[in-house]
Design a protein around this ligand. Structure first.
Ligand code: ASP
Length: 438
């Protein structure tokens, strides 16, 4: 049995946190491969080391002095070294980093040093081997992650190792230039490593005890989710539920490896299991609720639209040609509405409208902004009637006007559109009816 354990920035922000991490790892022999993030915030007002590195490199790029900020970054690591009484010096490493910053090593290189240095410290503290992902996490010349080559070289290397610390977030291109994933990308590295060693479980350690049914900034003390499928998670994270990087599920999903989200500060909590499929019944009909504000709807009306073959395609072409992706497209007999992200649409608005007129000669086009979309997600919805009725009862009671409804044929997901100003109230109303009243 092999477990890959990934620790997020707040789990490794101080010597105190490092101690918790070590006791978690040593508690189980199976926890053999460890993926660390860079030191995160020690308190809510603190700055993540990754952000400090980006700032520092921005100064270097402008030819401005950056030694002071680099010194502050070094101090963050020194505090950990001292707190753990490690016999290690990062002087030479920081000399190299300084030189690289001056010679334009790139902002990805700069950001990656956060995990690299934290990996060195963690490996020394645990007595584990250190593996630099620059040699094993492969990006193409165009900077696209090459999953198959990575899996081949990484699994060959790790199969010979008893244990290892593999820093998260970065790899390298064939010319040796460092390339990072997008922010929060250490989650992806953890998943890649889990696939490479054919782990039985990928434990992702963070500072919350798993996924919550709703955003705690909106719903007070929401329940946590015990088990969620990849599919449900995908829907929820796309709609804004944080905790795990969206792309982190792909490597493990294809290998059938479950993920367990765990809390470094409360290791006894079971956390959330993310699985391919499960016979476990969720506690409620819905597994989770998530949503986002900031959408615009473009409502196109044309008599006899329904019988005009190719109408939908032409409408979407107007968006495609302007590089705008659409979120939802509910339709009526003579109307069709396209929901898009406000920020993507704003600048190109007039060009889209002109093209729509040219392509489909509508009777009218009506634009409304300040919409929020809310996804109500649950695998149990499929075999249960009355879910939609409950949602609308909740919204009716809260006097919220529903602007859009969309239920896909998967029946795992109902999306509703409301005005931005009703967003929080709508989520609270839906949460209450499914969780508190069920
Ligand atoms: N340190 C990187 C970030 O702050 C990557 C990570 O923590 O996963 O985005």
């Amino acid at each position: 049995m092999i477990k890959v354990v990934k620790f997020g920035g707040s789990s490794l922000a101080s010597a105190e946190q490092f101690k918790k991490v070590k006791s978690i790892i040593t508690a189980e022999e199976q926890r053999r491969f460890v993926v660390p993030s860079a030191p995160g915030k020690r308190s809510s007002t603190d700055t993540k080391v990754t952000d400090m590195l980006y700032q520092c490199y921005a100064l270097a790029e402008l030819g401005k002095p950056f030694d002071k900020l680099l010194g502050e970054i070094k101090a963050r690591y020194q505090e950990i070294i001292d707190g753990l009484s490690l016999n290690i010096s990062l002087d030479a490493e920081f000399e190299t980093i300084r030189g690289q910053f001056s010679s334009g090593s790139g902002k990805d290189y700069a950001a990656s040093r956060g995990e690299y240095l934290n990996g060195l410290l963690l490996a020394a503290y645990l007595g584990f081997a250190f593996l630099d992902p620059a040699e094993y996490i492969v990006f193409t010349e165009e900077g696209v992650f090459d999953s198959e080559t990575t899996n081949r070289v990484l699994s060959a290397r790790l199969s010979t190792m008893e244990n290892a610390v593999i820093p998260g977030f970065y790899g390298a291109m064939p010319n040796g230039r460092i390339k990072t994933f997008s922010r929060g990308g250490s989650d992806i590295t953890g998943s890649i490593v889990a696939r490479a060693v054919r782990a039985n479980l990928y434990e992702n350690w963070t500072d919350v005890s798993g996924f919550l049914v709703a955003d705690p900034r909106i719903v007070e003390d929401p329940e946590s989710i015990e088990t969620i499928t990849y599919r449900e998670l995908r829907e929820l994270s796309y709609m804004g539920a944080g905790v795990l990087h969206e792309d982190a599920i792909f490597p493990v999903r294809s290998a059938g490896i479950p993920i367990n989200i765990k809390n470094t500060n409360a290791p006894e909590d079971p956390g959330t299991y993310i699985v391919e499929s499960t016979s476990r019944k969720p506690r409620h009909i819905i597994t989770g609720i998530a949503g986002k504000k900031g959408f615009t709807s473009i409502n196109i009306e044309k008599d006899m639209m329904n019988s005009e073959i190719g109408f939908g395609r032409k409408v979407l072409a107007a968006f495609e040609d302007n590089g705008i992706s659409f979120e939802h497209m509910p339709s009526g007999i003579d109307t069709l509405t396209v929901f898009v992200h406000e920020t993507e649409f704003e600048e190109k608005e007039q060009s889209v409208l002109a093209q729509l007129h040219r392509l489909v000669s509508p009777n009218s086009i009506d634009i409304e902004t300040d919409f929020a979309l809310i996804a109500i997600v649950g695998r149990a919805m499929k075999s249960k009637w009355g879910t939609a009725a409950k949602i609308f009862t909740a919204l009716d009671r809260a006097s919220i006007n529903v602007k859009m409804i969309d239920q896909g044929s998967s029946e795992q997901n109902i999306i509703i559109g409301v005005h931005n100003q009703d967003f929080e109230d709508a989520i609270r109303a839906i949460y209450n009816i499914f969780v508190n009243e069920s």
